[in-house]
Design a protein around this ligand. Sequence first.
Ligand code: ZN
Length: 344
Amino acid sequence: MTAIDLSLRPNSKLPLLTSIYPLIDTHTHFDAPVFDEDRGLQARQAYEYGVRHLVLVGYLARHFDRLYTIQQAFAQPLQSTMINSTTSITDASVHTDLYPQTHIALGLHPFYIEQHTDTHLEQLAQLLDEQQPLAIGEIGLDAFTNIMKQPEMLAKQQRFFNAQLDMAVRHQLPVMLHIRKAHAEALALLKAHTYNAHKLGGIAHSFSGGEQEAKAFVKLGFKLGVTGQVTNPNAKKLRRAIQAAVEMYGIECLVIETDCPDMTPIMCQTSAGSQSALGQSIDNEWQGAAGHNRNVPGNLPWVLHTLGELLHVAPADLARQLWQNSCDALQVTWAYPEPSVTIE
Ligand SMILES: [Zn+2]
């Protein structure tokens, strides 16, 4: 039994976590500049809170290098005094075994469709040949804003979505879906494509649809990615959709994620206001999310605990199943570390 420094609690208003369970953060933007000042500290806190693996998810071709820079920084303990891509921090006490293992997904995010070019698709195809990332993502359709809803925008999104699904099939990789306000269109496109999530895995990340849509994605073989949004009691549609999918398919259909720096669990928020910088402006790549509500990988246990309450499943059982679900969705065989750390 290892005691944990309670000062590591990300927010002193949080109730105490009494037990720590091994977790996989299936979707993060932990490479975002908003973490440059304290990425090493945040990674170590995430480890203290049970996070053993985290996935860095791509969104713009020009930042693909950054994903690898961050991953390498965590993989090289002797050089880990530099854990960010632009500025260095000094922390002599860091060791690589105290960080979650980082993995990379590469993809061109539908929200940034105006910025993507065919050259970026070629770049992605080449990187897939050279690097063998864990997954392709995030990809999909986003009709959140009026601009995004325009037919030519949606058509370009569909073309890039299809092209990246083709790459997933070619490389036999799972995909991370970003679908917002376009669930029916995305489902139709997926049904018409040869990508088979039952075989290749895949996650409908930060799932935001209704009951029928939740069931439809699971039926296609995708896991539903649950974020800190579930901790909001007012997110009734989302909570019902999760319950409905679980009633039909069991808790095997879920994975959890922070989607940090977005989607901060409600108990970790210290100020009101928009949680998400994504959607505010296409130029704002989360730099603006630095305020008090920045989400961090160490907040993932709150998603676990809230989901356990919602589904009436003990957190220990849920954590173990979510680990397996994440491995299934990502087509990996990471051994489940027995939970051994308890806060006294
Ligand atoms: Zn994302």
